[in-house]
Design a protein around this ligand. Sequence first.
Ligand SMILES: Cc1cc2nc3c(=O)[nH]c(=O)nc-3n(C[C@H](O)[C@H](O)[C@H](O)COP(=O)(O)OP(=O)(O)OC[C@H]3O[C@@H](n4cnc5c(N)ncnc54)[C@H](O)[C@@H]3O)c2cc1C
Length: 570
Amino acid sequence: MIQDAGEIVRDAIVHAEICIVGGGPAGITLAMTLARAGHGVLLLESGDLGARDEAQDLNAGEVADESLHSPPDKYRQRCLGGATSIWGGRCVPFDPIDFKARPWIDHSGWPIGYDEVEPYYAGANALCEAGEFEYDARLAIQGGMRPLLRGFTPRHFDLNGIERFSCPTNFGRRYEAGLRAAGNVRVLLRATVTHLQSSRDGSRIESLHVRNVRDIGFSVTADQFVLAIGGIETPRLMLTSNDVQTNGIGNANDLVGRFYMCHIAGTIGSLQVNGGSDQVWHGYDVAPDGTYCRRRIALRPDVQSAMGLGNAVFRLHHPRIADPRHRTGPLSAIFLAQKFISYEYAKRLVSDVPPTPALWMRHGLNAVSDPISTVRFLGHWLRDRTLAERKFPSIIIRPRTNLFSLDFHAEQVPNPGSRITLGSAVDIFGNRQVRIDWHYTRQDVETVARSFDLLRDDIARQAIGNLSLAAGERDIEDVVRRDGAYGGHHIGTARMAASAASGVIDRDCKVFGINNLYVAGSAAFSTSSQANPTLTIVALALRLAHHLNSIVNRTSNVRVTEQSMVVSEL
Ligand SMILES: Cc1cc2nc3c(=O)[nH]c(=O)nc-3n(C[C@H](O)[C@H](O)[C@H](O)COP(=O)(O)OP(=O)(O)OC[C@H]3O[C@@H](n4cnc5c(N)ncnc54)[C@H](O)[C@@H]3O)c2cc1C
């Protein structure tokens, strides 16, 4: 059932066998899987069915350097479904190398291997509605997918790995009916957890303090608790809960909130492909089940190892939209329509150049001098993106000139100095807001710079074309700073590790030293990979559900008590 927390009376005690905090993809996956296994589950979600300002305001906070990282109320959504209410749906599994201890990357190495996550990826793919778990271009579609660059067999990159796209599935909307119908799940909306109350000896969480939007407080007790509130809110809540352990929950070694990673990502270079437009296929192939699939240019693991680099991928991309020299009507139309694009998408598409009147004029000219392709593009976007249930994933435009740019998406290495702490301002419940102090490292810059050089050399060696850096890109660090922390990927702030000396949670996602508190979501990741996080978040949530199922006795149901009187029982 789904209920508004406003219906819970002041000072009530709600009890559940398993309490999950946060109704994003991690929390919803856990709730549905545990309920199916017969457990009584309480899911507490701070937001409503859709995003509302009063809940979004709880995401506010400060950023040490806003030129490098967006404000924390952007790229996050307080509603059932969490950030999947606005995500792009790109699904990619981690690579086996991501889990390994790599001597050239400090703090690398998960306490679990790829083989322990792999069994859950197929289920994650299904929940994300990204088709079957097949990420090899030769197998994903019968007869294989089209080649990216005809005749290109690079030395340092693999072209057979693909990304698959979710609808993109909004977990809140998609699974709302199932949650409503489940007899042993109670979802409380507009229920913000403000404090984790630990036992006096700090070994257990005894209860949660919860506030509804009318600031009426009640408590939740449970046998097991899971935090599934995203990579920024997880350290905030753990650090805020400092009445028993003065450093905060699970923070005896000052590791909560450290190692904060996003991805190093953006658009770089220009690639002039030799020959005609039939030499290139940078668009999507469609799997029999309708899933959009696309090849990537992935830095091979042996090259990462030999050259001491992080993991990285490139994609062929249209020329930079803001630069009118592309003379492409549809791209200029997107530039002109930027006011109608949400902050999260406009930031990367168009905002790297200040929009002067002269620039607007040049884009206007491009749009009117290329009317047929502009109108055709708008029709395609309306039909295949706006109105379609499975949406066309991104802007794919074939440049008339065979001139492309490259999208890169690279691992950010773990760095204890990149950090989330508590800021000075407080939210409406009196809790300190978050402070984000994100940093990249020299190694992050090197991963992008060296990978770009290797790709340029591979392309030149086989006379595929000419890859070069644009004028403002000679120093790759400038490119990294220009594009800043990739939004929406909040990783590593309660990292998994072999021991409490190097992380916050153990291989089962349990907080070190606390018997009944678990973390789900990308806060749990030890390293960031080249891959977008959500498929792995969902796979790890399925793995955690499996673990909880094995340790929890199915004894108690969800019940709500007011003082000692039972008000309702499921
Ligand atoms: C614009 C954008 C595009 C993206 N595109 C992609 C993509 O293509 N591929 C990909 O893999 N990932 C993508 N992502 C990232 C993806 O959305 C996240 O990885 C994913 O949503 C994280 O899931 P989660 O459940 O861990 O956290 P969230 O989705 O953040 O959900 C956490 C939930 O917890 C709730 N909550 C927070 N604090 C509390 C509290 N104190 N009490 C109760 N509830 C609380 C929140 O309201 C929220 O509903 C994108 C993100 C954005 C913003």
